[in-house]
Ligand binder design. Structure first.
Ligand code: NAD
Length: 258
């Protein structure tokens, strides 16, 4: 079904074919959306470009979200090529590996600042650019990715849990600010998925996967495609009266108390 035909989507955070952004990109494309992608640095460009081209992307440009200049330049190129956009997918996070093991209490000032800047503030900075490119008559959708470690202690998730808490609160404030322009803002809280960032960065990641199999009501780990299905739904006009939510794709893990 071409429910997103004619819609233009910017996707930030594709690294490879295991990325959550890849599951979302495929779902949006299957629903008829046109796609634009960023990449972080030349080594990722080599992976991102062929994937993006395989989905017919016409915009594939660098953007490090910790740089205001790169954000401005990226969205400037999108504006030049497309004029406007309908969808922003923010699937970006980073923390130093040393801050994703051991004790949270040992997090350094620089490590804290870096994690919060790249993983939370970047949503604010890019949503602001997206707002300028979205038509208030049609509105738009902004979606970011979060994890349950924002709400409950997942040992080892540490500073990223704090960054995700800030990200989820940012979703609510952005939804309030952008609502009058019909721009809807959501976070999808995904269960653990073996991606570059997760498996390579989080020391206890295998435990997170195991807990879903053992304790979640559905006893199955989730995939980027599962996240993509929900993202595509949220971008449709049928979801036009939903905003400011954190929606779970986690086999029900978040409802469990023990
Ligand atoms: P991934 O490694 O495929 O994607 C992370 C992306 O962040 C990469 O494309 C990387 O280039 C990008 N990135 C990091 N620093 C950046 C910067 N300064 N500028 C621009 N881009 C930058 O991993 P993923 O698991 O698909 O992560 C995507 C999102 O999903 C993240 O927000 C992550 O926290 C979230 N998430 C992941 C899981 C999981 O278990 N994999 C679960 C819930 C939420």
């Amino acid at each position: 079904m071409s429910t997103l035909a004619g819609k233009k989507a910017v996707i930030l955070g594709l690294a490879n074919d295991r990325s959550i952004a890849w599951g979302i990109a495929q779902a949006l494309r299957a629903a008829g959306a046109e796609l634009a992608f960023n990449y972080l640095g030349e080594s990722l460009e080599r992976r991102v470009r062929p994937l993006a081209e395989s989905l017919g992307a016409s915009i594939i440009e660098p953007c490090d979200v910790s740089s205001d200049e790169q954000i401005a330049s990226f969205f400037g190129k999108v504006k030049e090529k497309w004029g406007g956009i309908d969808i922003l997918i923010h699937s970006v996070a980073f923390a130093n590996k040393t801050d994703l093991s051991g004790r949270f209490v040992d997090t350094t000032r620089d490590g804290f600042r870096l994690a919060l800047d790249v993983s939370a503030f970047s949503l604010v900075a890019t949503a602001r650019e997206a707002e300028k490119l979205m038509d208030p008559a049609k509105g738009g959708t902004v979606i970011t990715l979060t994890y349950y470690g924002s709400e409950k202690v997942m040992p080892g998730y540490n500073v990223m849990g704090v960054a995700k808490a800030a990200l989820e609160a940012s979703v609510r404030y952005l939804a309030h600010d952008l609502g009058p322009k019909k721009i809807r803002v959501h976070a999808i809280s995904a269960g653990p998925i073996k991606t570059l960032a997760a498996a390579g960065g989080i020391s206890n990641f295998r435990d997170f996967l195991g807990q879903i199999e053992q304790r979640a009501p559905l006893h199955e780990n989730v995939s980027p495609e599962d996240v993509g299905s929900l993202a595509a739904y949220l971008c449709q006009d049928g979801a036009r009266h939903m905003t400011g939510n954190v929606l779970y794709v986690d086999s029900g893990f978040n409802i469990m108390g023990a």
